[in-house]
Design a protein around this ligand. Structure first.
Ligand code: CA
Ligand code: CA
Ligand code: CA
Length: 437
């Protein structure tokens, strides 16, 4: 085959009602026209309202079902693989996700489209795609995956990048997507290496992709935050199996370097008091701290706490630099210097199982404890036994918690991490996110 087919498939890219057209979301109006031309032209509604009528569903504006992409196969079928009745029909890659990086450096993330394998009695439409109406009698029909507005759609998008199973002339719409760190042509020899890129998908994720046993499981990651450049405000970062990805204040490429390894728990602090936060890791009761945000060995190494403790960092006394602590079953053990020795400060706050956090909630220059429990934050303004001084709701059960001075006011406030997205709030109160990364 089928150079013709490849040309026809890639020719789709330039058609006005194309996948590219609405993936790119160039303007709201253009998007609306691409998704629902009849609806848009026959009713006097805004472009925004037209977009909300996606896939014939009644989902809210901004629902995942309406973002133009197709759901992951594991969310629908429980496996990160093309389900029965579909074939891999094409793939693309996304650069810059960080999730597939290895010792050789940044690596792409690969997305494989699983299209309906046959067109029944229908003929083949333009570009080797037949319409959704050809699937009567099969289990595939266009709509939100699992009927859930919170999942992307399934079996709606008629598109084929065209690098896989080129001997199959006619396929139906895309049922779902497989995502992997392994190049598609390596694990499915029906796929060619002809490359297509859509970086908009690089942070698309699903809980089911994190489960062990799936092909190319994603590495575990932990959210961190700090003032990486001395900018006067904190920015998000991610620690994944020894690699740090730090977002710069003011933009520019992320700061990426290796420090620590898989299984380490990250900590962040200004260990030398120069105004720049740098990494540390906690491994089996030993802290390894580094004073610069680049690859290298630890500048400071010492034992504090026990294996299994949750490591902490902060300035507990207003001394001008950060030191370490640990949280163990509701008890906080803080040390005022970065060297071996007993805890200088010990107190109880919260319960075993709470997610401990530290921060300067009131801007007095002293970091004190907090807890994230399900969706609620409990903050205390002194390093002593007692109850919360401030409590509020922000986030959902299952979210990870970070804290930082996101707006440079001198007080630290919460953030939650969900699907590799940071939702940051600038005040210690209930409400919505002020910034999203
Ligand atoms: Ca420093
Ligand atoms: Ca404080
Ligand atoms: Ca602040």
């Amino acid at each position: 085959m089928s150079r013709t087919l490849v040309r026809r498939a890639t020719g789709l890219v330039d058609r006005p009602v194309s996948r590219r057209g609405f993936l790119r979301r160039m303007t709201m109006g253009a998007t609306a026209l691409a998704v629902t031309p009849l609806f848009y032209m026959s009713r006097p509604v805004t472009a925004y309202a037209a977009i909300c009528s996606c896939s014939g569903s009644s989902c809210d504006c901004g629902a995942m079902c309406c973002d133009g992409y197709t759901e992951f196969c594991c969310s629908i079928y429980g496996e990160n693989a093309c389900p029965a009745g579909t074939i891999p029909a094409g793939w693309w890659k996304a650069d810059g996700s960080g999730v597939c990086d290895n010792q050789l450096g940044p690596q792409p993330r690969y997305y494989l489209d699983c299209n309906i394998a046959t067109c029944g009695s229908c003929g083949c439409g333009a570009g080797g795609i037949c319409g959704g109406g050809c699937q009567q009698g099969t289990s595939f029909s266009c709509g939100c995956a699992n009927g859930d507005c919170g999942l992307r759609k399934s079996s709606c998008t008629g598109f084929r990048y065209g690098q896989c199973n080129q001997d199959v002339a006619c396929v139906g719409p895309i049922v779902c997507r497989v995502v992997t760190c392994t190049p598609p042509w390596v694990w499915d020899d029906s796929c060619t290496t002809a490359s297509a890129t859509d970086n908009n998908t690089r942070f698309h994720n699903a809980a089911c992709l994190q489960q062990p046993g799936l092909p190319a499981p994603l590495p575990s990651g932990a959210a961190v935050s700090g003032d990486w450049t001395g900018a006067g405000r904190d920015m998000p970062g991610v620690f994944v199996d020894g690699r740090w990805h730090l977002r710069r204040a003011g933009g520019g490429p992320d700061i990426v370097f290796d420090f620590g390894g898989p299984g380490d728990r990250p900590v962040v602090g200004d260990w030398n008091g120069n105004g720049v936060d740098t990494p540390g890791v906690f491994r089996n009761g030993t802290f390894y701290l580094r004073n610069s945000n680049n690859t290298g060995i630890a500048d400071i190494t010492f034992d504090f706490g026990n294996p299994g403790d949750f490591p902490l960092s902060g300035d507990w006394t207003g001394k001008g630099f950060d030191s370490v602590g640990v949280h163990r079953a509701g008890v906080w053990y803080l040390r005022n210097s970065n060297d071996p020795g007993p805890a200088d400060i010990t107190f109880g706050f919260g319960d075993p199982g709470d997610r401990p956090i530290m921060g300067d909630w009131d801007g007095d220059g002293i970091d004190t404890p907090g807890l994230y429990r399900r969706d609620s934050w409990y903050l205390r303004n002194s390093n002593t036994t007692g109850v919360a001084n401030i409590s509020f709701v922000f986030g959902d059960p299952g979210d990870d918690a970070v804290t930082g001075d996101w707006d440079g006011t001198g007080t630290q406030t919460p953030g939650i991490v969900r699907d590799r997205r940071f939702y940051l709030r600038n005040s210690n109160s209930s409400g919505v996110a002020d910034q999203v990364f």
